[in-house]
Design a protein around this ligand. Structure first.
Ligand code: SAM
Length: 266
């Protein structure tokens, strides 16, 4: 009898420093992370624009921030430097042990976002991030997590998540071509990502992209300065169709949140 397929929930139990260090040790992962930081900075800049509640001078913008599947605190530490409050949630205690050191001022919650018993309760946030989660998770977990995240997002709040294993990327296409379709099939399509967003009643505000050169983290092309120059330039060109990493900035329309409240009250 075959054993049941484990859920992605269990994927990082017992992991920690080994995962975290790859963002500094591996030059492709490091470059991707630098590009993602630029996207996050632009998202945070918009919270400072006219129309958003201004922060008192010298204080951080009044953003309540949640990092879902925060892992070792990579994204949490970066974003929390610009928010009034920061909370990270993850099921893996060993990943959170690292987050305690990387994001010491954030509140860390050990729990499964899809379980009502998680200690976030009815709290809602202006900004939620979810990096390196959705394309790795099995389809049922993707849907459950999206529903849970939407329930924790304030009206007009933003969800920023990425699909770092986009199936239309040049790299995945090459892998499928070279292996006659046997490999290069794990990840998420652009349609699947968009359906996930729509299923949560969110609107895609914009999609940024990174990683058009077909290289592997274990098969790095050189010289790096040329590869990186091309990759940075490519982020400004209309190349999302072949990029490996798509970052979605999504908005929860106030009208959708109001409709939810009416439905719940009925
Ligand atoms: C690849 S790591 C991403 C960590 C971090 N977001 C980053 O980008 O570096 C994915 C994380 O999702 C967590 N995870 C998986 N299912 C979860 C769930 N249902 N609720 C909370 N965390 C979950 C895992 O424990 C793991 O730490």
């Amino acid at each position: 009898m075959s054993s049941p397929v484990p859920s992605y929930r269990e994927s990082h139990l017992g992991r920690g420093v080994d995962y975290h260090d790859r963002f500094t040790r591996n030059c492709r992962r490091r470059m991707m992370w630098q590009i993602e930081q630029g996207v996050l900075d632009r998202v945070l800049d918009r919270f400072d624009e006219p129309g958003c509640e201004p922060a008192a001078s010298g204080t951080r913008p009044p953003i309540d921030y949640l990092d879902f599947a925060c892992g070792t605190g990579r994204v949490l530490a970066f974003v929390s430097a610009r928010t009034a409050s920061a909370t990270g949630i993850d099921v893996s205690g060993s990943m959170l042990d690292v987050a305690k050191t990387t994001a010491p001022s954030a509140e860390l919650v050990m729990g499964d976002i899809t379980h009502e018993s998680n200690t976030l309760g009815g709290r809602t946030f202006d900004l939620i991030t979810a990096f390196r989660f959705f394309p790795n998770a099995e389809p049922s977990l993707r849907t459950e997590a999206m529903q849970a995240l939407v329930s924790h997002l304030k009206p007009e709040g933003r969800l920023v998540f990425n699909n770092h294993r986009c199936l239309s990327s040049l790299r995945k296409r090459l892998v499928r071509g070279l292996t006659l379709g046997r490999r290069g099939r794990s990840g998420m399509t652009r349609d699947e990502a968009e359906q996930l967003v729509t299923s949560g009643g969110l609107e895609i505000e914009r999609i940024e992209h990174a990683g058009v050169i077909p290289e592997y983290e274990r098969l790095i092309l050189r010289p790096r300065w040329i590869v990186e120059r091309v990759e940075y330039l490519a982020t400004r060109l209309p190349l999302a169709g072949i990029a490996e990493n798509l970052v979605y900035v999504c908005r929860r329309p106030a009208a959708a949140a109001a409709a939810d409240r009416i439905r719940q009250a009925a």
